[in-house]
Design a protein around this ligand. Structure first.
Ligand SMILES: [Zn+2]
Length: 414
């Protein structure tokens, strides 16, 4: 929660209390008057096999359909792009709300904020806290996962290196004792998606094995590991690099460190924060060229200020100042998450980084969906999958968002 700023008033477009005392995000826009299958027609449709010009996507209820009935209504979306909804596997909050400390209403507000920027599938990330607090948090977030509001929980810390702590509270860091890792897995009741850990710490490799056995992604990050130690962790089962380049030793010619190990191993997907602050465009290019577009996942690593504004916030127990959209710890000036939304990450990827649209879409949708084991339902515009899609104009500005067939941002076809 922000310290100085108040959340906007709850209105019909934000949150309301549900029947069981929990809050549900409500759409901010009315639905098109269509209760039968209809066709979005004329767009550049980005499919796993490439972009289809003047293509169509058929919406049938909550799903994408292969065929439309005769005389199905159409919405013309010429000169626009249709992409699959974005999947964010690393996100701490938004809309003024924190996934680590907010109430259920706050968390839903943060989710809704990101949805209106194209993120239709979101993993809620926590930051380092004490074990009791994290166990409690896991309980709350797992309920939201059961309701389908989040796709899972990502624990970033407390099992990270004090040398690379970033915006995590040093006093609360601890070694990755498998017994503690197990506590978080259990508290998440089958909804733990990922744990970021410094695998070189005592218990690190055993914890990687434990996570892998439980179907939880072991992510290497906030680490001081050498190249060799990183290779060991990958061999033990780690499959994700938490925000590659950030909070880890940099590439050196005699000490290649974790970056070389993570980039060169086909088993690893590398997260990148493409906000123009965390990474130089050349570093992004290096990662794409070396790993290949199929092994990159764009993330936001967003904190409360995403989609909200500058001001003072808390990130776990640490105070953060957000100025000009850049979040920094008040105490040290260390970058403290981002204020990124994935529509901006996409636009930057294609207009500043000059990535092919298809590669950016892979990094925003298909790759993270595959990592989460959800590619049979989300991550591409294919028949049978959820009707999750993002509509962009010719300049890649967001003009509509649909989730499970429901327009969360009504199509604006100026
Ligand atoms: Zn993070």
């Amino acid at each position: 929660m922000p310290i100085q700023q108040e959340l906007p008033d709850s209105g019909p477009g934000s949150m309301r209390k549900g029947a069981r005392g929990t809050a549900r995000a409500t759409p901010t826009h009315p639905q098109p008057p269509l209760n039968r299958p209809y066709i979005l027609e004329g767009a550049n449709v980005v499919l796993p096999t490439g972009t289809v010009k003047n293509g169509r996507v058929i919406i049938d209820g909550t799903r994408i359909a292969a065929n439309a009935p005769e005389n199905a209504p159409t919405i013309a979306v010429d000169n626009h792009w249709l992409l699959p909804g974005f999947v964010d596997i690393h996100n701490h909050g938004g809309g003024g709300a924190s996934f680590t400390s907010g109430t259920v209403e706050d968390v839903l507000k943060g989710i809704h904020t990101h949805r209106t920027h194209g993120t239709t599938t979101l993993v809620a990330s926590t930051v380092t806290g004490d074990m009791d607090g994290l166990v409690q948090r896991a309980g709350l977030l797992s309920e939201l996962a059961e309701q389908g509001d989040v796709a899972g929980i990502h624990f970033e810390g407390p099992f990270i290196s004090p040398c690379r702590k970033g915006a995590h509270s040093e006093a609360l860091l601890r070694d990755p004792d498998p017994a503690d890792v197990r506590k978080l897995i259990d508290a998440a009741r089958g909804r733990a998606a990922m744990v970021t850990l410094a695998t070189e710490l005592p218990g690190g490799l055993d914890s990687v094995r434990l996570l892998t056995e439980h179907g939880v992604i072991a992510a290497i990050g906030h680490t001081d590991a050498t190249y060799e130690q990183t290779v060991q962790a990958i061999d033990a089962g780690a499959t994700v690099a938490t925000h590659l380049f950030n909070a880890m030793p940099q590439l050196g010619h005699r000490e290649p460190g974790p970056i070389a190990a993570l980039l060169q191993d086909d088993r690893v997907t590398v997260e990148l924060i493409n906000d123009g602050t965390h990474l130089h465009p050349a570093s992004l290019q290096l990662a794409f060229r070396h790993a290949g577009a199929h092994r990159v996942a764009f993330i936001t690593d967003a904190m409360d200020a995403a989609g909200f504004g500058d001001g003072r916030y808390w990130l776990g127990p640490l105070e953060v100042e957000v100025a000009d959209g850049v979040a920094r710890l008040v105490e040290s000036g260390t970058i403290a998450g981002s204020t990124l939304t994935l529509d901006r990450a996409f636009k930057r990827a294609v207009t500043v980084d000059h990535l092919p649209v298809e590669d950016a879409v892979a990094a925003l949708s298909a790759n993270p969906a595959k990592l989460l084991g959800m590619y049979d339902r989300v991550g591409s515009l294919e028949p049978g999958k959820d009707a999750d899609l993002v509509l962009l104009d010719a300049d890649f500005a967001l003009k509509g968002v649909m989730r499970k067939g429901e327009w969360l941002v009504d199509p604006q076809l100026g």
